[in-house]
Design a protein around this ligand. Structure first.
Ligand code: SF4
Length: 220
């Protein structure tokens, strides 16, 4: 399986340009991921801009009244729940670490992030990978779909697929392969896949088992 993953990685790298991952300080990344839940990227970005414009820094945000935060992040939806979660997270950091920082690494860091309300396995892996440079492989809806189809690994939940892929994918490939599989899921391996044009179709059981899907995808 490791050989198959490496082959797929090489093909994807030759076919997609790697998007520039955002690189935010850890606490900002955490706040942003709370804003991201159950909303579009556009609404999340709008709420994030309004939040930064109003409070300038995470320290100011931590001191802000709940109602002000709710108002600022309204475009992200579920604004009351999200404002409460943001406040809770900032309070926990201040109480536990004496400031808005997370001086942890590896498994301890991942488990701490996971213990925060509103932070699930994908978010904990995203923050660990992109803000701390730790070797984690986050599984979002695109990667979950792609992994089950090829299959890289099969699983009923994103957590199950993430745990399996994390132990299989070499650490050195985790960041790039995460970004490349999302690109694949957005371009060819959408809910209605375009298998006939997909660069990795020869490694994909789904394409072999359902040849007509590719043609339908091509026409649609
Ligand atoms: S061949 Fe089809 S199902 Fe397989 S990864 Fe490509 S688009 Fe997805």
């Amino acid at each position: 399986m490791k050989g198959k993953i490496e082959k797929i990685y090489k093909i994807l790298k030759a076919n997609f340009s790697l998007p520039e991952p955002r690189k935010l300080p850890p606490v900002e990344e955490l706040v942003l991921t709370i804003l991201s839940q159950n909303t579009s990227d556009r609404n999340r970005d709008l709420a994030w801009e309004r939040l930064k414009e109003k409070f300038y820094s995470m320290e100011k945000l931590a001191e802000a009244p709940l109602e002000e935060i709710e108002k600022a992040i309204k475009p992200a939806g579920l604004h009351r729940q999200k404002a409460r979660r943001i406040k809770e997270v900032l309070n926990i950091l201040t109480e536990r670490f004496g400031g808005l920082k997370i001086p942890l690494k590896g498994e301890e860091l991942y488990e701490f992030l996971l213990s925060l309300k509103g932070v699930g396995p994908k978010t904990a892996a995203v923050v660990s990978l992109f803000s701390f440079g730790e070797a984690y492989f986050p599984v979002d809806t695109h990667i979950f779909r792609v992994s089950n189809r090829i299959p890289l690994v099969r699983g009923k939940t994103r957590k199950e697929v993430q745990d399996k892929l994390n132990s299989m994918i070499p650490d050195s490939l985790k960041k790039e392969l995460h970004l490349l599989l999302i690109e694949l899921g957005r371009s060819f391996c959408r809910p209605k896949p375009n298998c006939s044009a997909c660069p990795i179709r020869e490694y994909c059981d789904f394409a072999k088992d359902s040849p007509s899907i590719g043609e339908k995808g091509k026409k649609g």
